[in-house]
Design a protein around this ligand. Structure first.
Ligand code: AMP
Ligand code: MG
Length: 351
């Protein structure tokens, strides 16, 4: 069995940006660290850059302790072990679960944190990968559903007896919102935060040009399909290539379709959600939607964007080698010249 894990969805471009402006210049502070099961990079420019970097890193570590599924003392572990009893959690945990519930309802269950036991059955929590028997999946699916989470009060939550939650599809997005909040309080004009596939850029690069964030080519681990030029925006990517194992020549990845209990097969290999950083929960929303739209597949994802219920843009890569970019960011996306994808712009109405 072969196992693949990519922690660095957009790292190459973060490094590229760093090279472009010249690292270690005055007032620059950087940190590379590992948290929430992924590689993270912070690059901050300004008078208080060192302090902002250490505060951001501490915040990510704090959130990991609160939200991890695998740490016994986390709020999430307490909920998952409660056997149907109410649990007092941090107000923040309750607020994140409320957001998860909202995005689960908005995506008609494509995003669903109660997918936890299925993610475990496939071995993605322990790295002991296996294809679970259909009977086991059928049984576990009876405990999946967002209405199995009960937000009793601002800090008391009850899960149905056999229900468990996994915030892996939204926690890094929430952490990037918190990073943006910390950076907004410091006197800084320019920063890039990359938490696995979750990127937030503050302002422009110090030379005034936009930050350049690569969208990885799902077919080439070290290559990219294109580059987004961003200012004060989030760009969050979900892709089956980021974590998967291979058995008998077939790949099984970590984004699960809650309707089937199997890795989603909607015809997409990568979904990047881009949103302006104006609203305080933009990173959380991008993270939930990148996972959900990957599950939905091309047609449903495009319809969801066209519905206009939420304000965001998309870069989608399909398994038949097309790259689809919604019109709001078409002028911010440049396809990599050597990439063989056929480019299409997606408009608000079907053409
Ligand atoms: P992301 O990289 O944000 O797409 O999140 C993927 C992670 O979210 C997986 O590793 C699981 O922990 C979890 N997950 C998998 N499928 C789903 C789903 N349909 N809804 C919510 N979370 C999911
Ligand atoms: Mg996500």
């Amino acid at each position: 069995m072969q196992v693949k894990r990519f922690f660095t969805a957009m790292l190459s471009m973060v490094l590229l940006s760093c090279l472009t402006v010249g690292c270690r210049q005055n007032n620059e502070s950087t940190a590379d660290f590992y948290a929430m099961d992924t590689a993270m990079t912070l690059t901050v420019y300004g008078k208080n850059a060192d302090r902002a970097v250490s505060e951001t890193q501490a915040e990510v570590n704090r959130l990991e302790i609160l939200l991890s599924r695998t740490r016994e003392d986390s709020d999430i572990s307490k909920l998952n072990c409660a056997g149907g009893k109410p649990v007092e959690v941090d107000d923040e945990t309750a607020a994140i679960l409320e957001a998860a519930q909202k995005y689960s309802q908005a995506t008609e269950g494509a995003f669903d944190p109660t997918i936890a036991p299925i993610v475990s059955a496939w071995g993605f929590t322990t790295d002991h990968y296996q294809i679970p028997p259909q009977a086991e999946l059928d049984q576990l699916l009876t405990h999946v559903g967002i209405d199995r989470i009960h937000l009793d009060t601002d800090s008391r939550i009850t899960l149905d007896a056999e229900t468990q939650i996994d915030l892996g599809g939204i926690a890094k997005g929430y952490a990037s919102d918190q990073a943006a909040l910390i950076l907004s309080k410091s006197d800084l004009s320019s920063a890039m935060v990359s938490l696995g596939g979750n990127v937030y850029v503050k302002g422009s690069k110090p030379d005034g040009s936009p930050w350049r964030v690569a969208v990885q080519d799902p077919a080439k681990p070290s290559g990219f399909a294109g580059v987004l030029s961003l200012r004060d925006e989030f760009a969050v990517t979900s892709g089956g290539y980021q974590r998967y194992f291979e058995q008998d020549g077939k790949q099984y990845h970590h984004i699960i379709d809650p309707k089937t209990g199997y890795p989603a097969e909607g015809g997409l290999t990568s979904v990047t959600v881009v949103k302006s950083a104006e609203s305080p929960d933009a990173g959380t929303m991008c993270d939930a939607f990148s996972t959900a739209l990957y599950v939905m597949g091309e047609k449903e994802a495009v319809n969801f964007w066209r519905s206009g219920k939420f304000d965001f843009d998309l870069v989608l890569i399909t398994n038949d080698s097309r790259i689809l970019v919604t019109e709001g960011i078409a002028d911010q996306f440049k396809q990599e010249t050597s990439s063989e994808y056929v480019y299409e712009t997606i408009g608000r109405t079907a053409s």
